[in-house]
Design a protein around this ligand. Structure first.
Ligand code: ADP
Length: 417
């Protein structure tokens, strides 16, 4: 039985999951946070087959352990994680990870596949911090610390941008001064690639056709949101660009806007670059328009007749529709459209509204099926569900994403190559 440890490291926290790869089941997961604060926190959850379940049954129980203690840096954080495994299980010597997979946000134009971490790869990840100053240094801190905790196994970097390295120059080039763009590596990279790859492959398996034969759209709608057009398993367009700010309306990010708005605000409001960055990344999107980044709050406010919530919702849906239409044009139609992540998996009204006008392209949502899939609904079983009618030419699915499992799969493929 081989296990893979998946690590997703931020600047003051990291998440981990130990996944058993034969059955692709999570044995434990955890979160170490407030690294560097006076008091850090560690949470460790163990998943075990339920005692009452029969042999091979898929029923799992979970037990969660929490601790508070100073965690000065990521290296200390991994020691805390190892203690959590030793004290609460599963015993790592009984399930030793054969490899550690690391989520890395930015792979630039250099990394197009999961990559064994070598000293040179670490230098490259560090150097790409120019393009992802908040993420890559934190991802690298996690790699360096995890290598101390697991010195004898391969560590593999899985990049959010890698899946989109198949974009054509026409899709990834911004229409600006070519030399400046080249000097500063300004182009579209795309993000959420691990999720788009996982969902498009799961959707293909579900409809029982090779991914190579399918034209697909995947809407990853969480706090961050992006949509990708996938032709034969290759990403050909995606809504996030040079950074994860471009494209759809998100929880706190604006998505697309006229860049001249920034010049105008700088001139008229005296806003600095830091102010504008914070405005567009942290105080825009649903939050900026209607006071909450959570779509559930927006829906509740709409029920109460809040006009700003109504407008925010309409803007959100309008942008989804715009991208759906554009991407169907790029692909020349689609075979499968999938929705995933917090909003995509749980908000039937958003799914219906996004595709409402696409009957001409062969898209027909079944209202009853659609409303049966979401949190609290009968279809909330973690599985894949069809929400289109039997007559719909395009199959529309809700596919729960699992980025950790995708990282684990890719990690194992590199480690066992
Ligand atoms: P992240 O992008 O941070 O990983 P998720 O994919 O978990 O986030 O999505 C979180 C978002 O999903 C929330 O901010 C909320 O807007 C939305 N969401 C979660 N549950 C529901 C629900 N039942 N109905 C509508 N929206 C939901």
């Amino acid at each position: 039985m081989s296990t893979v440890l998946v690590v997703n490291s931020g600047s003051s926290s990291f998440k981990y999951q130990l996944i058993e790869m034969d059955g692709e089941t999570t044995l434990a997961s955890g979160l170490v946070e407030r690294i560097g604060d006076a008091e850090g926190r560690a949470k460790h959850t163990v998943f075990a087959p339920a005692a009452t379940a029969g042999e091979g049954a898929a029923t799992f129980t979970e037990a969660t352990y929490k601790r508070r203690l100073p965690i000065p840096d990521h290296t200390a954080g991994f020691r805390v994680m190892l203690e959590a495994f030793a004290e609460n299980g599963p015993a790592l010597d009984a399930h030793p990870p054969v490899a550690v997979g690391h989520r890395v946000v930015h792979g630039g134009a250099r990394f197009f596949e999961p990559t064994l971490v070598t000293p040179l790869v670490e230098i490259n990840i560090d150097e790409l911090s120019v393009l992802a100053p908040l993420h890559n240094p934190a991802n690298l801190a996690g790699i360096v610390a995890a290598k101390k905790a697991f010195p004898a196994v391969p560590h593999v970097a899985v990049f959010d941008t890698a899946f989109h390295q198949t974009l054509s120059p026409a899709a990834y080039t911004y229409a600006i001064d070519a030399k400046l763009a080249a000097d500063h590596r300004i182009r579209r990279y795309g993000f959420h690639g691990t999720s788009h790859k996982f969902v498009s492959e799961a959707a293909a398996a579900f409809v029982g056709r090779p991914v190579a034969e399918l034209k697909q759209l995947v809407f990853h709608l969480g706090n961050g949101a992006s949509v990708t057009a996938i032709d034969g398993g290759r990403s050909v367009e995606t809504s996030m660009g040079f950074t994860p700010l471009e494209g759809l309306v998100m929880g706190t990010r604006s998505g697309d806007l006229d860049p001249a708005i920034l010049f105008h605000l700088a001139r008229r409001e005296g806003m600095s670059i830091a102010d504008l960055d914070a405005l567009l990344n942290k105080r825009s999107g649903l939050l900026g328009m209607a006071g909450s980044n959570d779509l559930r709050d927006i829906r509740a406010a709409i029920e109460k007749g809040d006009a700003s919530a109504v407008l925010a919702y309409e803007v959100y849906v309008h942008r989804l529709r715009q991208y759906a239409g554009a991407y169907l044009a790029h692909l020349g139609g689609a075979d499968v459209i999938s929705f995933t992540a917090g909003v995509g998996e749980n908000a039937p009204h958003v799914r219906a509204a996004a595709l409402e006008t696409l009957a001409f392209a062969g898209v027909e949502i079944d209202a009853e099926r659609n409303h049966a899939v979401g949190r609290g609904a009968p279809g909330a079983d973690g599985g894949i569900h069809v929400i289109s009618t039997d007559e719909s030419r395009v199959i529309v699915l809700v596919v729960p994403t699992d980025e950790e499992l995708e990282i684990a799969r890719q990690t194992l493929s590199v480690a066992s190559a």
